[in-house]
Design a protein around this ligand. Structure first.
Ligand SMILES: Cc1ncc(COP(=O)(O)O)c(C=O)c1O
Length: 386
């Protein structure tokens, strides 16, 4: 199959020749009978390998142009599995603006095991160079675009720099998915996802995915995935496959809606700034267009007056005030007090995640309905402040 749309729609549909099941079955078994001593069906114990999860993992590795895929119980479990590659004394270069949970995992857990990080603008090679510690720095962890400020990193350029320094380049591809961006094709080594977001797509499954390039890294992650055991169960693997079948349609609609609404917000007198790489005014617009075939459905914006935030979140009706992203239902989040609350205020302020910032995960509803909802919430907030 040449096109990604076909591969997505057909996930698992050719994998069960015995019954011809079009929707791949959920194999709930944790144990697998051995034909005789020294023989295996290929499945021994479900933490190591499980049929439904295997179909998902192999299909997803192909979608990301990688060699091996690993499904984990959450995005954080996937990141923790990757971080277990590192040992005491190792140092990471990490995107300055990033998901608060990733920051918390590094700063409150990995540091206890002697793994430390420097937070830098990963698109700035001088900044990367100046924080690089010969002998200790082992990897670069990049979100592009970042959550929530949508900073864009030129993956090909940074991966080439990292390769010269013998560093692993890890990309959190949650926001764009392989439908729009495939970092392994640009020279990166590992892709990680919160599959809870666009890949699942329906705000109803927690999951994480890792895809690796190369035999050595694939074997190391396979060992850690099995040894740590934060693997995805068969029911959730099936739900994720079902979600992936419609990824192409959903991403196109998310992108369409997000562009329309971000343009509307850019012209609204109560809004001071909109952060969305699809807008030509965004500093990462050209890089984004070069390395990705489209834009995510999530963006952030700043209100001129922080006092409007509370009433806006109280008055939105169609858009839910809830902290996630990437589902068919539109969700609005207040990063400073929710998703990014674990990042210290001075760092948040430095990056720009302040109390005027809202993050909008635009769903697949009709864009006019979403704009109407925002308009009435903005009007109600303005009236309350008069
Ligand atoms: C960019 C990004 N990476 C990782 C995660 C963690 O994923 P999960 O919530 O599935 O553990 C999130 C969650 O919001 C995220 O937005």
């Amino acid at each position: 199959m040449k096109h990604i749309e076909s591969r997505l729609a057909q996930i698992g549909s050719l994998e069960d020749p015995q019954t011809g099941a079009v929707s791949y079955p959920i194999y709930q078994s944790t144990a697998f009978r051995h034909p005789k001593l020294g023989q295996s069906t290929g499945f021994d114990y479900a933490r190591t390998k499980s049929p439904t999860r295997k179909v998902l993992e192999e299909a997803f590795a192909g979608l990301e142009s990688g060699d091996a895929g690993f499904a984990c119980s959450t995005g954080m479990a996937a990141l923790q599995t990757i971080f277990a590659l590192f040992s005491s004394g190792d140092h990471l270069l990490v995107s300055l603006d990033l998901y608060g949970g990733t920051y918390r995992l590094i700063e409150q857990i990995m540091t206890r095991f002697g793994v430390t990080a420097s937070y830098v603008d990963t698109n700035d090679l001088d900044a990367l160079e100046s924080h690089f510690r010969p002998g200790s720095t082992k990897a670069v962890l990049i979100e592009t675009p970042t959550n929530p400020l949508m900073m864009v990193t030129d993956l090909e350029r940074v991966a080439a720099w990292a390769k010269k320094k013998d560093l692993i380049t890890i990309v959190d591809n949650t926001l764009l998915t392989p439908f729009f961006q495939r970092p392994l094709e640009l020279g990166c080594d590992i892709v990680v996802h919160s599959a809870t977001k666009y890949l699942g797509g329906h705000n109803d499954v927690l999951a994480g995915l890792i895809v690796t390039k190369g035999e050595e890294l694939s074997q190391k992650i396979a060992f850690l995935h099995n040894s740590i055991g934060a693997v995805l169960g068969p029911q959730d693997s099936w739900l994720l496959m079902r979600g992936l079948k419609t990824l192409a349609l959903r991403m196109e609609r998310h992108q369409h809606n997000a562009l329309k609404i971000s343009q509307w917000l850019s012209e609204h007198p109560m809004v001071s700034e909109v952060f969305y790489p699809a807008l030509p005014s965004h500093p990462g617009h050209d890089i984004q267009n070069r390395q990705s075939s489209g834009n995510t459905g999530i963006f952030s914006f700043k209100m001129k007056d922080a006092r409007t935030i509370e009433p806006i979140l109280r008055h939105i009706k169609l858009i839910a005030f809830a902290e996630s992203l990437g589902g068919v239902e539109s969700l609005m989040t207040y990063p400073a007090v929710q998703t990014h609350a674990d990042i210290p205020k001075d760092i948040r302020d430095k990056v720009g995640v302040d109390e005027t910032l809202l993050r909008f995960s635009v769903g697949i509803e009709h864009s006019d309905d979403l704009i109407d909802d925002l308009a009435q919430a903005f009007d109600a907030a303005a009236a309350e402040l008069k």
